[in-house]
Write a protein that binds this ligand. Structure first.
Ligand code: FES
Length: 138
């Protein structure tokens, strides 16, 4: 019975990632496309960045990959926060964890990476690491 429960938990985790990575977060072509008070994913070099322009015009750029298991975060304009659709982690505009299961902040991103340059990440998950982990469960 325990093995069946573990298998179901793994299937639920895989299903959340399957759905979560297919929900389309808002994307913008460049930082110049962002109005004050909005956030979107922007491709920088070979990876996506989670970029927010605050009402004063200051740009806050972070890694778009959730630090829990790597899903793409989405911007919530009502909460002014980055949220992960896979397991519900939430991060503030500077990347600090507001709600888990993630425990590490989103990393700051440099937006000055030339187009097409490699930054050490490809922006897309490789082999899905979560397949070896049952995740937080239902
Ligand atoms: Fe983001 Fe799990 S991958 S909360």
């Amino acid at each position: 019975l325990r093995e069946a429960g573990s298998a179901l938990g793994l299937q639920a985790t895989v299903a959340r990632h399957f759905v979560g990575d297919r929900l389309r977060p808002a994307e913008a072509g460049s930082v110049d496309d962002l109005a004050p008070g909005t956030g979107a994913l922007i491709r920088v070099g070979g990876a996506k960045a989670a970029v927010y322009r605050d009402p004063a015009g200051t740009v806050h750029a972070l890694s778009a990959r959730c630090t829990h298991l790597g899903c793409l975060v989405h911007f919530n304009e009502v909460e002014t926060a980055w949220e992960c659709p896979c397991h519900g982690s939430r991060f503030d505009i500077d990347g600090a964890v507001v709600q888990g299961p993630a425990t590490k902040p989103l990393e700051p991103r440099d937006l000055d990476v030339p187009s097409g340059a490699e930054d050490g990440t490809d922006g897309e998950p490789g082999e899905p690491e979560y397949l070896d982990e049952p995740g937080p469960g239902p």
